[in-house]
Design a protein around this ligand. Sequence first.
Ligand SMILES: [Zn+2]
Length: 234
Amino acid sequence: MTGLGQLAWTAVPHEALLVVPVGSVEQHGPHLPLDTDTRVATAAAQALVDATPGALLGPGVAYGASGEHDSFAGTVSLGSEALHLVLVELGRSACRWAARLLFVSGHGGNAATMIRAVPLLRHEGRDAAWWPCTFRTPTHTPDAHAGRTETSLLLHLDRAAVCTDRAAPGNTNGITDLMPALRAGGVQVVSPNGVLGDPAGASAAEGAALLAGLVQRMTAATRRWDPAEGGVLR
Ligand SMILES: [Zn+2]
């Protein structure tokens, strides 16, 4: 692993790809830590850097846009306007020396900001892109929040961080059905314990497989480096 923060400036490679995880500090039910998204984004970004010559892992942006969770204790949201400014100014500064910049977002609520900030950087002539940590595959349908998917990921990354005895199902309706109520009143209105999904059946082995699949897709997309509209790698 090559970490930007550990290097002297003279050791920074030419034509570097800087990879910056972007997470959140938001409730993840009664059983998962508030920094779940940051942990997942950082683990994925680290694995990408390990597999990509010339890539550097930058210190992450630990806070994101989490307004939909802000009625739960512990949630701290920058909001989309402040996050936009953070990403744009981070990109403008990094691209003075980095040839390319990739944001790896661990939180779905950051996407609306990513698709504004990254195209602005690209419009300004900076070679930025982003990648969302999504776990939908032909064999896995992820639940929306703090359910089986994220519980499996955390069991894999840090078993001790998961309070399995407190894990309980939340609202298991599909996110599309929940969206109007979610938009109007936030997560608490549809799920008092904060979970959208059901942690039952989660395992470290499933988490390891989900993360490995994500890293494989992201590493291949980084090799292609073909940002679509919105700056997302495809
Ligand atoms: Zn999450």
